[in-house]
Design a protein around this ligand. Structure first.
Ligand code: FAD
Ligand code: NAP
Length: 338
């Protein structure tokens, strides 16, 4: 095991914040994890797990061990006439996986094209976009239990997937390192999900009447490229907040005051578009120093270059305060703050 000391995390997170980890370990195999466990690196020392760093914000140096999950491999675990189960190691790049599947005509992941990060993090918040979520194609996962040193298998129910949520963000928080994820994908007769407004318009704009999974991937990538800041140009971690879900009663009261409120039905009531709330609170494009609210998508906080993590966190708090004051709605961060 090669444990490095005082490693800058600037290049390992998409916010590009200049902080360091006291210790840093790249895990490439289950053996590496077993060794780290037997050397008691996962028990006594503070530690955190890092994938592609596209959903984290460090507000200070991390005075512990940052474990970067890098194990690779994509294998067909099961095959029937109409579907396959694909086992993917946690260190694979998420969008590389989506491209791999689409190129082979395997359907199910195409709406989730263009999401940064690695496969191991995808169940953490049940990643979702353009009307689809990880849980729609999830089969099972394997995780290393840091308490016992054993590998544990989780099925869909065990993961307790919710809206940008899972067991691993709640009772299972900080206990597991996800080592691989299995997906069930279709081989033919793909059931496409293209009802999401901007996706439908983009396919229309491309003149595609009878789309396939490649077209859906391309359309999603086009929309993303036109709207979201590229982290290699402007540091960010995607949506900083979750879209808040409010009761139907509260929604109706808000709609009465704000007839153009953007909201969608949700099992818990109504899901409000947090980006709309932030924009209407007057903060779209707001900038303080090098921390800013993105000018095209107010849900994304950005680092214009030399923002400190605490500057971004303070801006996040200011956004929460402004939205709470104007609408009486509390925003919760989606990004994992350390
Ligand atoms: P990290 O940021 O490295 O980690 C995120 C959390 O998961 C941390 O708490 C970390 O400790 C934990 N973790 C990571 N790997 C493991 C593991 N193997 N085992 C246990 N815990 C682990 N998200 C969406 O849901 N939908 C989107 O459409 C979307 N679009 C985005 C667009 C942009 C431009 C950006 C920058 C981000 C976007 N995101 C989106 C957020 C982010 O890309 C995803 O949440 C992604 O899954 C995070 O993966 P990661 O490997 O970068 O995780
Ligand atoms: P958008 O299309 O402008 O829509 C704004 C919000 O309204 C979205 O957050 C979305 O909720 C919701 N929405 C829109 N149409 C919907 C529908 N038909 N049914 C249910 N909800 C609907 O959003 P955007 O910012 O360009 O993002 C597009 C998609 O990519 C969204 O799904 C978004 O979640 C995803 N995305 C996520 C991140 C991230 O970091 N988490 C970053 C960029 C984009 P949902 O968010 O619940 O879909």
């Amino acid at each position: 095991m090669d444990i490095k000391e005082h490693v800058s995390l600037k290049g390992y997170t998409t916010f590009g914040i200049d902080v360091s980890a006291k210790y840093f370990l790249e895990v490439r195999s289950l053996d590496d994890l077993q060794q780290a466990f037997s050397q008691k690196l996962l028990g006594s020392h503070p530690h955190m797990v890092l994938g592609g760093g596209s959903n984290v914000l460090f507000t200070k140096d991390f005075v512990g061990l940052a474990i970067m999950v890098c194990n690779k491999g994509i294998e067909v675990a099961e095959q029937t006439a109409g579907s396959i189960v694909l086992e993917v190691q946690a260190g694979e790049e998420w969008d590389g996986l989506v491209a791999h599947c689409v190129e082979r005509g395997w359907g199910g992941l195409e709406n989730l094209s263009g999401i940064p990060g690695r496969v191991g993090a995808s169940p953490m918040q049940n990643i979702g976009a353009y009307g689809r979520e990880l849980k729609d194609v999830f089969h099972s996962l394997q995780a290393f239990d840091k308490q016992t040193g054993r590998l544990v298998k989780f099925g869909p129910k065990d993961c307790q997937f919710g809206y940008r949520d899972s067991h691993f963000k709640n009772e299972g928080k900080n206990r597991y390192i996800i080592t691989s994820v299995c997906f069930r994908l279709s081989l033919k007769n793909h059931h496409l999900h293209i009802a999401y407004g901007s996706l439908l318009s983009e396919l229309d704009k491309l003149g595609i009447k009878d789309p396939g999974i490649r077209d859906v991937r391309q359309a999603v990538i086009n929309i993303r490229n036109g709207k979201l800041p590229d982290p290699s140009v402007l540091g960010n971690a995607g949506s900083f907040f979750k879209n808040p879900v409010v009761s139907m009663e509260k929604f109706l009261r808000l709609q009465d005051k704000h007839p153009d409120l953007v909201a969608f039905p949700d099992p818990g009531g109504m899901k409000l578009a947090a980006g709309w709330l932030i924009e209407k609170a007057g903060l779209k494009g707001f900038r303080k120093g090098d921390a800013g609210v993105h000018e095209r998508q107010a849900l994304v906080l950005v680092n214009y270059g030399r923002a400190r993590g605490q500057d971004i966190a303070d801006l996040g708090q200011a956004v929460q305060n402004a939205v709470s004051e104007k609408f009486g709605v509390e925003l919760a961060p989606e990004v994992n703050i350390y």
